[in-house]
Write a protein that binds this ligand. Sequence first.
Ligand code: FAD
Length: 401
Amino acid sequence: MTTPSSAPPERHVPVVVVGAGPAGLALANILRAASVGCVVLEAESREFVERRPRAGFLEEGAVRGLERRGLADRLLERAPTHTEFEFRFAGGRRRVACTALTGRRHFVYPQPLLVTDLVREYADVRSGEIVFGARDVEVHGIDGDAPSVSYTDPATGDPRVVRCGFVAGCDGARGVTRTAMPARHTTTARRDHGIGWLALLAEAPPSSDCVLHGVHSRGYAGHMARSPEITRYYLSCPPGDSPGNWPDERVWSELHTRLDVPGAPPLTEGRLIERRVLDMHNHVTEPMAYGRLYLAGDAAHLVSPIAAKGMNLALHDAFLLADALVAYHAEGDDSGLRGYSAAALRRVWQYQEFSQWLAELLHGPSSGDPWRAGTATARLRRVLDSPTAATAFSELYLGED
Ligand code: FAD
């Protein structure tokens, strides 16, 4: 039978993965290793996804999850670990020894390095199929047995259709797969913190061996190592503020005001290579699955970077979904798929609650509301003065296993 010339050519694979971020790439690697056929469709180029700067901290549980699946060799060779973090407030500095309290660590591994490792492993080592630059991706027929994904071929501009058994929507907060879920079957819960963060990357060595959280009446400031040469800084600012309002002198002046304390090494300054404003808002879509479409990572839930949870949640979803898809294809066992959404959402909501709790601790003192300032400061002092409170905090900060 020939394909009519007007119809796009079709093929079939068991799973189409939309999006090559941490969620999609981890999932595709695990499917590939288990011989479950898949194709990854990514809107951007390989160079772009391998360079996009974002997250920098991986929880021990996420690292062990990658390691168990043969995806952490380079990470374990190269990533330094953090065992403490420091609050700077009221002109002083106090450390929380989170590893001593929990036995777990944070691994400092910038997202572009992880994405580069996962692309290399999937495409170059495991010979997995990935289409970079896929345009006009659309998901069809997810409530039937034979869904499909259409896209425009980046090389030829021709329309393509991939028929499949399952679609994994791993296309981030601005992707298209979530919109394929019928509105009457989903709810989306939102939380807007009403603050912005000026996100900065500086060509400057870290000024501390751990994360610094500056809690100041002028606003929050964060210091987070990315590499021996690069540091991420954050400054809270009004939501929707323009990066143009933040020339270099103002950035460094605010960082010094909010983070400098007597006795601490001075902040290292350097050329600012990223400067953008992120509005701190969160959302969760549930359930995370409908018909043959399963969402993972930011496609299903956005958690502001306040507690450094987004990439870790994306990997957790990917592990759950991959294991469920492998069990289905290897043994016909669909229990993992049926339980996927509920299992993923348990951790999603834990981390959303923690992120909200931490957001108030960090921003309450600069809210201008004396009630919020007083209760947020009480919250911070409890973490610093009570070993029980510090342990509970550290368990969530360093993540579940
Ligand atoms: P993404 O990484 O967004 O990947 C989605 C992919 O889908 C992208 O490659 C995108 O190009 C592609 N795509 C989008 N639309 C389409 C389409 N229509 N068709 C095909 N492909 C498409 N998290 C942490 O855990 N720790 C941190 O320290 C941390 N810091 C952060 C700092 C910043 C400044 C930001 C912005 C985020 C931070 N995060 C952090 C969050 C983290 O980066 C995200 O949660 C993570 O990238 C989610 O991974 P993902 O795979 O779900 O989505």
